[in-house]
Design a protein around this ligand. Sequence first.
Ligand code: SAM
Length: 473
Amino acid sequence: MLPVFRNINVFPLKHTNRPVNPFDLCHLIRIRLCSSKASAVKEFEDPEISHAEGSAVTISDQFELLSDVMTPLWKMPYDEQLRAKHNWSQSVVRMINERVNANRKEKRRLNVTPKIYHVKSSPVIMEYRNKDEFSIRNGADGHPKTVGFFIGSTASDNAVCVPGTHVITMREKHKKIAQNFEQYIRTSELPVCTDFRPGGGNWRRFIVRSNEEGNTLAVAVCHPQLLSQERLIEEQQRLKEYFTSGPGKDDCPQSLYFQACPHARCTNEQAPFVLLHGKPFLEEHMWGKTFRISPDSFFQINTQAAEVLYETILKQANLTPRSTLLDVCCGVGPISILAADRVRGCVGIESVRDAVLDAKFNAKINNATNVDFFYGLAERLTERIIEELDLATDIVAVLNPGRAGLDPRVLRLLYKCPQISTVICVSCKADMPSTLKNFVQLFTEGNFKLNSVTPVDLFPHTWHTELILKFIR
Ligand SMILES: C[S@@+](CC[C@H](N)C(=O)[O-])C[C@H]1O[C@@H](n2cnc3c(N)ncnc32)[C@H](O)[C@@H]1O
C-alpha cells in the first residue's frame, strides 16, 4: 500500500455541493480500468474500503487508482514493458495491412512487411515528465478546489480530482508547485470553472513545465467569465505575491504565467499568456544545443528519450550533404536544428506562431544558418514550399503531426514531388484511425514502401510509444 500523503476524510463533506459516495467512486474507477488497456485491473475487495455509510475510500487507494490510470504499467518490470511495446508495434503493422487490403477489389492481398526494430528504451524511467497539466475540481474529500487528475468520468458528474503526489513519472518540483497553487486557489475568492457559460466559475487548469536543470515554468489558466480587467489584474497580483513573497515562495517557479482563456484551450494570440514573474521562456539543452520554449510551444514530454528519438530519426533519414530536410510540424525546430550540420538545408512548417518564433530564435543561437521556419498550416504552405525547393535534388520529409494526423492534400503533394524519395512519419498515436489513414495513403496512393518501423519509448509506464515509420520509393 502506498504511504498516506495526508489525512483526508471523505465524510463528512464540508465543502462539497454533492457528496461523493465511495462505492460510486470505486465502481466508476473499476469501469474505467476495465475499459483501459491496462491488464492489471485492481480488485476493490480491499478491507480498507467499506461501503457502509460514513466510511472512507482511503487516500492511499486513491493514489494507487490514479497511478493505475496515469501509469497503467507501473507494476510491470521495465524490460517487460518494452516487450509489450514491441508487440504493440507489430499490431500497428497488422492494422496497416488490414486497412491496405480492406478496400481492394483484387483478390491478391498486398503485404506490408517492414523490418520492425526493437524498442529503444528511455534513458530515464522515473520522474521523466517535463510537463504536467493539472485539472481543478472536487477532490475525493469533497473539497471543490483540488488540483490534480481525474479518476472517474468527467462526462458523468462523478469524476473526482486526485493530487498527483504518487505518480512515479512526475517530478517532485511539479508536485510541490501544484500543491502550493492548490493552497493559493483555496484562499482565492474565484470559484472553480465547472461550466464555460456565465456564472460557471473561473479556475480551470494549472500547467507546470521544467527543464533537465530543474528550472520551472508554470501557467495558471482561468476562465475570465464576466470579470473586469481590474479584477483579473488584482488576482494576478495576488497570485504573484503568493509565489514570490508569500507562503509559496520556497517553491516559486522561475517563470510564472497567467492566462485568461474563455475556451477549452487558447493560443497566445487568442488569450495572451501574461508573464507575472521571472523569465519569459524555458530553455532546454540537447546535444549541446539550446532550445527556447515558450508556454504555447510543444516540446517532447521526455527530454532524454527525445534525444534518442531525434538521433534515430536522423539515422533513418540517411542524410547527406546533398539532402534537404522538409520538417512538417516542426515545433520549436529540434529536428531541423539537430540535422543542420549534416544537410544542405532544412525548412520547417508549424501552425503555432510562438513555436515558429522559438524555432527561428533557436536556429540563430545555435548558428544553424541553413535552416528556415514558416508559420502556417501544412495544408496551406506545403505546395509553395515544395515549389521553392525546386533546385533541391534529394528531399527527405519528416512528418510529426499531432494526433489528428495530416491532411491528405499534404501527403499528395509529397508523393507527387519526384525529389522526395524518403518520408519519415513520427507518431505517438500510430494506432489512431487518423494516423493510420496517413500511412495507408502513402502506401496505396503514393506507392511508397514501408521500409522499417522503429519504436522509441518516450513514455515509460504507459502504453504510449513513439513510432518512427520509414517510407521509401
Ligand atoms: C507532435 S508535435 C512535434 C513537434 C516537433 N517535431 C518536435 O519534435 O518537437 C506536433 C506539432 O505540429 C504542429 N501542427 C499540428 N498540426 C499542424 C498542421 N496542420 N500544420 C502545421 N503544424 C501543425 C503542432 O502545433 C505541434 O507543434
